[in-house]
Write a protein of this length. Structure first.
Length: 418
C-alpha cells in the first residue's frame, strides 16, 4: 500500500519492525486507509477509535469463530472416523465466552458474573500483594541482569489463578505449563520443527482438561470460598455444565495469564523508557490507578481482536461482506489523535482516559478488574521496592498478531528494598 506522500509501506503487522514497534505503521494506516484490506492478513484492518468502538456493538461482526471451524473440519473425509487431539482442544475453546455470540454468550457471562464480582476481586488485594512480594523477594536474590518476566510478570498470574480456583499450591507450576500449551495451540505453530512440541502441547491440554474435571468434582463435594465454587453456584434453574466449567477454568488460565503477564511487563518497560514518568510515580504513588490506565492505553496487552463477518455491513463508507474477516486493532484505536490529545505521549496523570485496551460492550474482558488489580499491585511494588531498576539490554518482542508480548525484559535491580 502507499502512505502519505506516496511512500510505499507494508501492511504486515508481523514483520520484525512492526512486532518491535507497530505504532508508525498503525499511524500510517489510520491516516491513509483506516478501513484497509490487508492481503498479508487476509482481513480488514480497522484502526480508528470510533470505528473500533462501534464495531463492538455491530452484530454483523461475530466472535463465534471456533464452532464454524470445528464444523468445517468435521465435514472433511479424513475427520469422519475419530476426532483428533486438536479437535478436542478446539471443542474446549468453543465453550469460551470470548468466542461465543448471544444468546450463548449472554448465558455464560451471566453465570460467570458472580465469580467475578468486584468485592471478590477487591478482597484478594492482600493475598495478591503477598504473592507479588514473594516473587520480588526471589527476584532480588538474582545478581546482575535478570529477566523481570521470568522472575515476576510470568509466574505471578498463574499463581494467582491457581489460588483463585482453589488448586493446591504444589500444582501451580503445572498451571504455567498449561498456559504456555494453550497459547501454542490457540496461536498455531510454524514449521515441521515445532510439530513434536505441538503434539506434546495437545497431550498436555488433555491432561489439563482432566485435571480441571477432577477439581470440579472435588469442589462439588467440598465447596469452598474459591472462584470455582462460586462458578458452580446455580443461577435460578440454570447452571454451568461440567464441560462449561472446565472451559471456564481454561479460559481464566489462558486469558488471565497471558493478558496480565503482558500488562505488567509492558507497563514496566514503558516506565523505564520514560524515566520522568517513573520518577513522578515514585513521588506520587497515589497515581497508580490512573498510571495503570494510561499504561494500558499506551502499550496494552491486546493488539488485535478477530471477528468474522456474518452479514453485509459498512464501516466508514467501505462495504464489508459475509465470510470476510475483520481485525479490530485496539493498539491503534488507543493512539488515535481524534480521541486522545498527544496520543504518543505517556502521561500517567491522563484523565479522563476512555481507552479500550480490554474491549468494550458485552465482550469487554470479564477478568479486566482482576488484571487491573494484579497490574496495579505488581507495578506499585516493583517501583517501590526497586529504586535502582534499569534496562539491561534491548527487549525482544514476540511476532504474534493478537497480543503485544515481550520475549524477555532484561533488567538490573540495584539491590532493592525489603
Amino acid at each position: 500500500m502507499t502512505g502519505t506522500g506516496g511512500t510505499a509501506f507494508t501492511d504486515d503487522l508481523l514483520t520484525p519492525a512492526a512486532s518491535g514497534d507497530p505504532y508508525p505503521l498503525l499511524h500510517a494506516l489510520r491516516e491513509t486507509d483506516p478501513v484497509h484490506w490487508s492481503a498479508a492478513h487476509r482481513a480488514w484492518l480497522i484502526t480508528r477509535y470510533d470505528d473500533n468502538s462501534a464495531s463492538f456493538q455491530n452484530k454483523a461482526f461475530s466472535s463465534d469463530r471456533v464452532r464454524p471451524l470445528l464444523a468445517a473440519r468435521a465435514d472433511r473425509p479424513e475427520r469422519a472416523r475419530e476426532p483428533s487431539a486438536s479437535d478436542t482442544v478446539l471443542g474446549l475453546i468453543a465453550d469460551w465466552m470470548v468466542v461465543s455470540d448471544p444468546p450463548a454468550h449472554t448465558r455464560l457471562r451471566k453465570l460467570a458474573a458472580g465469580a467475578f464480582k468486584g468485592q471478590r476481586i477487591a478482597a484478594m488485594t492482600e493475598q495478591i500483594t503477598a504473592i507479588v512480594d514473594t516473587h520480588i523477594d526471589g527476584f532480588l536474590q538474582e545478581s546482575g541482569p535478570a529477566d523481570l518476566i521470568a522472575g515476576i510478570a510470568y509466574p505471578l498470574p498463574a499463581t494467582v489463578i491457581a489460588t483463585m480456583l482453589g488448586a493446591p499450591p504444589e500444582d501451580r507450576d503445572r498451571f504455567r505449563e498449561w498456559s504456555d500449551e494453550l497459547a501454542l495451540v490457540a496461536f498455531g505453530t510454524g514449521g515441521a520443527a515445532r510439530a513434536d512440541r505441538h503434539e506434546r502441547a495437545l497431550r498436555g491440554l488433555q491432561e489439563m482438561a482432566a485435571y480441571f474435571r477432577s477439581l470440579v468434582e472435588y469442589r462439588r463435594r467440598e465447596p469452598g470460598e474459591d472462584m470455582l465454587s462460586a462458578l458452580m453456584a446455580k443461577e435460578g434453574d440454570d447452571r454451568l455444565s461440567d464441560d462449561e466449567l472446565v472451559a471456564m477454568c481454561a479460559l481464566l488460565l489462558f486469558a488471565g495469564h497471558e493478558t496480565t503477564t503482558n500488562s505488567i511487563a509492558n507497563s514496566i518497560l514503558a516506565l523505564l523508557r520514560h524515566p520522568e514518568q517513573l520518577e513522578r510515580l515514585r513521588a506520587e504513588p497515589e497515581l497508580i490507578g490512573t498510571a495503570v490506565e494510561e499504561l494500558l492505553r499506551f502499550d496494552g496487552p491486546i493488539k488485535v481482536l478477530n471477528r468474522w463477518v456474518v452479514a453485509e455491513t459498512e464501516v466508514r463508507g467501505t462495504v464489508i461482506r459475509p465470510g470476510e474477516r475483520v481485525h479490530l486493532i485496539l493498539a491503534s484505536a488507543n493512539r488515535d489523535p481524534e480521541k486522545f490529545t498527544d496520543p504518543d505521549v505517556l502521561d500517567i496523570g491522563r484523565s479522563p482516559n476512555p481507552h479500550i485496551a480490554f474491549g468494550k460492550g458485552i465482550h469487554a474482558c470479564i477478568g479486566a478488574q482482576l488484571a487491573r488489580t494484579e497490574t496495579r499491585i505488581a507495578v506499585a511494588r516493583i517501583v517501590e521496592r526497586m529504586p535502582g531498576l534499569a534496562l539491561a539490554g534491548d527487549p525482544e518482542w514476540k511476532s504474534v498478531l493478537a497480543s503485544r508480548s515481550l520475549e524477555a525484559l532484561p533488567v538490573t535491580h540495584g539491590g532493592g528494598r525489603s
